[in-house]
Design a protein around this ligand. Sequence first.
Ligand SMILES: *[C@@H]1O[C@H](CO)[C@@H](O)[C@H](O)[C@H]1NC(C)=O
Ligand SMILES: *[C@@H]1O[C@H](CO)[C@@H](O)[C@H](O)[C@H]1NC(C)=O
Ligand SMILES: *[C@@H]1O[C@H](CO)[C@@H](O)[C@H](O)[C@H]1NC(C)=O
Length: 353
Amino acid sequence: MRKATTNVLALALAIALAAASVSSALGARFVPRDEHIDIGRRRALLVTDGNGSTTDFVETDFSSPHNFLMLSPTREGAYPAVVFAHGLCGPGKTYHEFLHGIAREGYVVVANLEQQDCSESLFTVFSSSPFPKLEAAANGGVMLGNLRQEVDFLLGNSSFDGENLALVGHSMGGGAVIDLAAELASSHPGLVKAVAAIAPWNGIGAKGAPRPSRVAHEIKAPLLLICSNMDQLVPCSGEIGSYTGASKNPMAKGLFNTLFKGTDDTWFGGVEAIKEDAMRGESNVTYVDLPDGGHFALAGISKEQLEGIGEEWGQPKMLVDMMLASGEINLGNPEDTGEEVREDVIDFLKQHL
Ligand SMILES: *[C@@H]1O[C@H](CO)[C@@H](O)[C@H](O)[C@H]1NC(C)=O
Ligand SMILES: *[C@@H]1O[C@H](CO)[C@@H](O)[C@H](O)[C@H]1NC(C)=O
Ligand SMILES: *[C@@H]1O[C@H](CO)[C@@H](O)[C@H](O)[C@H]1NC(C)=O
């Protein structure tokens, strides 16, 4: 009995955490040999190669048309580009390692830093008050609009070759890039060469963006879907939290329904439903169902980063640890999981860009 309650609370926290601000947890798992040099809004990334240092790419912050980060190879030229979309509440910087891994392959990477503030206390989640920041962050239409602007920005930028675009996203961003790919297939035929979605959230359709499993069949580019049933928040299929058994608890369901009105707790068939729909169309679909992988581990987000977020919110470490213990199930080494996913995505990009 006591154990079940713990799991419910932990799942609630996992959901809340997924919905929380992770704005500056960067750095915890930063590849140690990389060093950032600040030059105003531009940062050169130095990669030490044993003989000294070479500048690989430059990171630039843009604030117009909205806040986003651009990584571009230092050497002048025109490169393929990747638009990256973060998860719910936008831990944009939490994906640094992932983004750097992609940029290092010689791609321009654009990652939006909007919809990141969901800093309401975890405790407000348990009250009946609304969650305005969470609601703003969960607005798929806004995210989709920002991604569209990023594509337009790239099309007007000489460092993009104008032809080879890939879309990559995690969680809410995974759902958003599927929506965007479906849209671009008719507005910009042939532009998108590859779409990779890690634990894509099929619940994004609730607000202003189509449900991914309803539009995935419009995608023509190759699609890579990566998920795990160990993921408590966005499993490949089935009810959220089913691994811990929390999905059967009325309290967890109550919280879920409060946070995500009008949805069902399988996210309408989940990632599998997206796959099924995509396979009805022309896309070459690769579906990777990993035996292990927490929702955050899949994207290379570490325990330390998640603890940093908890600290930022002023949450007791005990609660955060509890959440991690039962919400972020990863039977193997989470770092290995993150690395495996990153390598799969990079291989996929190299194959199609
Ligand atoms: C260091 O430079 C030498 C000579 O240019 C080169 O052969 C070697 O591969 C470099 N070492 C590393 C680790 O890149
Ligand atoms: C194009 O991208 C570069 C970074 O590669 C940036 O410095 C420049 O301001 C961008 N140009 C325009 C017109 O946005
Ligand atoms: C489909 O995509 C996979 C993974 O990227 C690739 O290995 C395969 O060659 C592709 N098949 C076709 C017919 O393009």
